[in-house]
Every structure is written in C-alpha cells, then in structure tokens.
Design a binder for this molecule. Structure first.
Ligand code: AMP
Ligand code: MG
Length: 404
C-alpha cells in the first residue's frame, strides 16, 4: 500500500497539462498563462508627470527661492505643444505627458503661486517625479512569463498593454459520478436506508474552487451496466471522479468496471485515514480518481489527491499545498499504521497556530468537518500525540481574520 506522498507522486506522474486556448482578459482571471506575453509598446508609453505640479528645468531652480513664469497648462489626456522655456514653468497634472525642455516636476505642495508667477520653496533634483518612457518595460519585452497565475495585478498589466485576448491553459472538465443503490438526488426526501447524494455537490463545489468545471453525471446503481454506461460518459471529460463503491463490499464494482474499460491501475488503497480506500487509475491518459463514499473521506481525499492533479492539468507549476506549523493544544489518540488527517479547529495565539480536535473523527461525521479549520497531520506510527506536540496543519480556511 503506498504512503500518502507515494500515492500523490503516482497521480502527479500520470497527469498531463491540458491544451491551451485564448480567452477574453477577465475570463483569464484565476488561470495560468500558457505563453509569454510581450508588450507591443514601451511602458510608460512616453515621459509622464507623476505629480500635480509644475514642469520645470531643474537648472532654473537654484538658488532658492526661485521664481518662474507660468506659460501653460497640461491636464491629463492632453498632448503638450509648447516647450518649457528658460526661466519658465508649465502647470501639469499627474498622468500628463511632460513637455519638451522639462527635466523635473515640482509638486504643487512645494510651491506658492501668485498670478503668473510660481515660487519654488524646496530643492529640485533633475528627473524628479517623472515616469520615463520604457522605464518599466521596453516594447517587445516580456511583460508576463508563461506559467504565471493571473490575479488582479496581472489583469491590470495585461490590460495596460492592450491584451484583450489572453493565451491560457484550458480549464479541466471534471466528471463526477456517484455510485450506490442507497442514493437519491437532492430534492427528494430520504426514507430509511436512503441518503441524499451529497458527494456530487461537495465535489462539484470543490472542483469549482480549483477553477475547473464540474460535470455531474448523477447516480450509478451498484450494478455493472449502470456503472459502465456512466463511466463511459465520464471519459469524455478531462478527468473522472467516482465516489463510493471502492471498499470491500460485494457490490463494490468500481474496480472491476474500470479494468473492463482498459484502465491502468496506479494504486488501490493508500496508508491514510480517512481516505484509505482511495484508488487512482488512468484510461487512455484520462485520470480517474475513485474516492471513498463517506462524505468526509470524499472531501479529504479530493483535497489531498484531486486538487493537486487538477492544478497541474490546468498549467500550475506549484500544485502541492505546503503544511503550516502548529501545536496540538490537546492530546489526540489514533491507531498506528496510517497517516491521519485529523479535523481540527485552529486558534492563533501569540502568533502560534494551536489546534484542537473538532470532535468525532468518524468518516461519516460531517459536523466536525464543517467546523474544522484545518487537517492536522498525525504521524503514521504514532498512537498518542501528546498536547504541546509540534504538528503540521493543512489549512482549510483562513483563520487569521477577525471581525471588522
Ligand atoms: P461505500 O464506499 O459504497 O461503502 O460507501 C461508504 C459510505 O458512504 C456509505 O455509508 C454510503 O452511504 C456513503 N455514501 C456513498 N455515496 C455517497 C454520496 N454520493 N453522498 C453521500 N454519501 C455517500
Ligand atoms: Mg456502496
């Protein structure tokens, strides 16, 4: 049975980056650039004033106080037509192109004005408060490198260089198949023995959070034909996630059907808890994640295995979440032999993340997953991890927020 890292390594070794497409700039937000993007013009495009004030010749500004004659006005958006003559200044606004002859901008706060005269009170350095043509980027230079994740600053840069269409990696379409005779769809009221197919929805939400596109296939009965038919639908997507039907029950047919469909098995079971009965296979290069059916296991194994794979498929380079260091605030018992991911609440005290069990660790106990801030990673061989132990945390949400 592979360890957590081995299993994740097998998955990442067998997932490939999807193709590219060009999308409108705002659609590119949250996605990964697939090619270098070059700027077609210098940034800034010409020399600009960085302050509201006066365009001057620095040599005219000594000795202080120096008085200059104001000969014009350049608002933002205007194109200067006259030069700054010796002994003169031109009033200028932030973002306006500097006029010929000018080699410094004097902020308005450092002047006094009277009629057509402006008097400078502070020393003036040549080049001050001018943003020079091409000082950020030269025409033809790389504005953003392939592999960059497009967040608001990247959107801003792409917009400023006129990129309306952006080359990005495709978003993965992820098929979600729930299996089990006991399942009914949301909207129906469960009778005894029946449960609502919540996994399809939690998985779809998790797929969305990764920036991928969920394709809910519905429920397959624990029956060959039903499973086979739904799985064949699933392989038309970029990845397939199944939930349940991978344990040791006599109706757990997922493995058999996968093999009939020609899947190459990556692993079957992992030495972790929850999520032991997780399997991974590929069908002609299409990754298939067979997750356990208990809702907590489903979500935890998505986080541990599916998320990094989807990130890789969509062009991200750093796909593995790093753990955060914390301290166990209370002792936690576990059975040795498996790496445990324990649901914990996390409080930040004096800069230290202190983790408290969020309650029952049964894989069907949803409330303790709902209230968990993180998964605490407890070592394979440990049976009791004492209070005060250093512990690694896989954060599930931001715990550093306070009420405003
Ligand atoms: P199995 O792996 O088929 O033995 O399922 C394990 C447990 O997960 C059972 O208690 C199932 O009822 C539950 N389960 C399976 N599929 C789902 C689902 N789609 N939504 C919620 N719970 C599920
Ligand atoms: Mg079942």
């Amino acid at each position: 049975m592979p360890s957590f890292e081995e299993a994740r390594g097998i998955i990442l070794g067998q997932t490939k980056v999807l193709g590219e497409e060009k999308v409108a700039l705002l659609e590119a937000h949250g996605r990964v650039l697939s090619q270098d993007v070059h700027t077609p013009w210098d940034i800034p495009l010409c020399d600009y004033s960085a302050m509201d004030g006066f365009a001057v010749r620095a040599a005219d500004c000594t000795p202080l106080p120096a008085t200059l004659r104001v000969t014009g006005y350049i608002p933002a958006g205007a194109v200067p037509t006259t030069a700054v003559e010796p002994g003169c200044a031109i009033r200028i606004m932030t973002g306006a192109p500097t006029p010929p002859g000018c080699d410094a901008i004097v902020p308005i706060e450092e002047t006094t004005q009277e009629g057509e005269r402006v008097t400078l009170k502070a020393p003036v350095r040549a080049k001050q408060h001018i943003r020079f043509q091409g000082q950020d980027l030269r025409a033809g230079g790389v504005a953003l490198h392939a592999g960059t994740i497009i967040a608001p600053p990247q959107v801003s840069l792409l917009a400023s260089i006129g990129k309306a269409l952006v080359p990005v990696y495709k978003r993965a379409r992820v098929a979600i198949l729930s299996t089990g005779d006991e399942l009914i769809e949301l909207g129906k009221t469960p009778g005894p023995g029946r449960i609502i197919n919540s996994n399809a929805l939690s998985l779809a939400a998790a797929v969305r959070e990764c920036g991928a596109i969920p394709v809910i296939l519905g429920i397959a009965a624990d029956e060959r034909e039903s499973l086979r038919e739904k799985m064949l639908e699933g392989v038309r997507c970029d990845a397939l996630i199944t939930s349940a039907g991978v344990s040791a029950g006599d109706r757990d047919l997922v493995r058999e059907i996968l093999s009939e469909l020609g899947a190459t098995e990556g692993f079957w079971k992992v030495a972790i808890k929850p999520g032991g009965p997780t399997a991974f296979a590929s069908i002609n290069g299409l990754p298939v994640f067979s997750l356990p059916g208990n809702p907590v296991s489903t979500m935890v194994t998505f986080e541990l295995f599916v998320k990094p794979a989807l990130r890789k498929m969509m062009g991200e380079k750093k796909v593995v979440r790093t753990f955060v260091k914390g301290v166990l605030a209370e002792e936690i018992r576990k059975a040795p032999g498996k790496l445990n991911f324990v649901r914990v609440r996390v409080e930040r005290e004096d800069g230290t993340y202190r983790a408290y069990s969020s309650g029952s660790q049964h894989t069907a106990a949803l409330p303790t997953m709902v209230s968990a801030d993180a998964l605490a990673v407890l070592p394979l061989e440990a049976s009791l991890v004492p209070a005060g132990s250093a512990v690694e945390l896989l954060m599930l949400r931001d715990v550093d927020l306070t009420e405003g």
